[in-house]
Structure formats: structure tokens, C-alpha cells
Design a binder for this molecule. Sequence first.
Ligand code: ATP
Ligand code: MG
Length: 205
Amino acid sequence: MTDRRKVGIMGGTFDPIHMGHLILGESAWEQFGLERVLFMPSGNPPHKKDRHGATNEQRVEMVRLAIASNEHFELSLAEMHEQGYVYTKETLRRLRAQNPDTDYYFIIGADSLLSFDTWMCPQEICDQCILVAAVRDRMSVKELDFQIEQLKKRYNADIRKLESPNLDISSHTIRSRYSGGESIRYYVPDAVRTYIQNEDIYGNC
Ligand code: ATP
Ligand code: MG
């Protein structure tokens, strides 16, 4: 049997990237022995059509700054398209065609797992990757376990639970804290905080 490569995908709007995303990526890398984790900002997320906030370039730059010191984190621009929507199933199909020796571990928070049925072609996503689910916010581990079992049955999916701390932090909180003049120190890496301040990205959010 040949050894398959294991690569994580941490997808998101990253508006801005924050400690929650980074800890998720690091936890998955550690728990599943991943070779690396691709941080993949979404160019035009179907569920966030009316988004305000950072430009695509700014979101990419914040990801770049946030992951610079981690040698097993990598920026991927695979979903950075200006035109058209980008769907996970298509991204996975492309990546797998390019790297047939690799298993992809798609990392998502509990809120994304709950809305998973509404994603474009959930069956195709499940057929093409291992889903790694993390607890989030007020969702209990019991609820997460229940949802995992449901999706496993419905899509014959390979879903693993990520043992990560429950971090009550979101990009939304950071945007509103910044626009309200509150500190975002420790919510995001220092380099990202400096960048947000210099560009005054979330002044009007
Ligand atoms: P927003 O508040 O704008 O929705 P967000 O903090 O949810 O932003 P996203 O870029 O939407 O960040 O999230 C990308 C992925 O990371 C999603 O799968 C989401 O569930 C997950 N995620 C983000 N923050 C956390 C967190 N604190 N704990 C667990 N998962 C998280
Ligand atoms: Mg979100």
C-alpha cells in the first residue's frame, strides 16, 4: 500500500483571519499528522454575496501575514476568482486531479457543519474529502456529535471530530469591535492588527 499524503484545507472568508482559524489549522495539523494546511481565502463566497469589509487583496494579505511564521501553513489562491462563485466541490475536484496522491482534510467549524446540507452538492464534497469538524460557540459536543452522525449516514461521509478548544471568536466580532473603537489585540496576530489599523479596513463596518 502506498503512503497517501495528507493535506488540510482551511477555507474561509477571512474578513479578517483570526486566532480561531489559526488554532483550528494548527490543531488539525497536529491531530491528523497533516503534511501542511492550505489557508484558502474564498474569492466570492456564495453565501456572502453582500459582503462589506476588506477587499480580496486585503483578505489575502492578512492571511499571508497571519501564517508567515508557520512553516506548515501555506496560502492557497485556488479559490480566489473575481468572476463567478467558487464552490468547494469544484475546488476539491481540481486539487485532486492535480494531486492524485493526496487526501484532503477539509476543516470546518460547527456552524458550517450545521448548514452543510445547503452547500452546493454536499454529496460530491463528502465523496472527495475527509471533513474535520470543530466545536464552536454555544454548540455542545453532544450536538456536534449528533450532526456528525446524521451527515455520516446521509452522505456516507468520513467526518472526524477535531479536538480543539471552543473559541468564542469570529470575524464579525472583530469587525464590530474595531469599528466601535474597541481593542482587537490578541483576537488577531499583531501583524494583522497593524495592517488593519494602517489601512483602516473596518472603520465603517
Ligand atoms: P464571520 O463572522 O464573518 O462569519 P467567521 O469568524 O465565521 O467570520 P469564516 O471565514 O466565515 O470566519 O470561517 C471560516 C471557517 O472557520 C468556517 O468553517 C467557520 O466555521 C470556521 N471558524 C471560524 N471561527 C471559528 C471558531 N472560533 N471556532 C471554530 N471554527 C471557526
Ligand atoms: Mg462565518
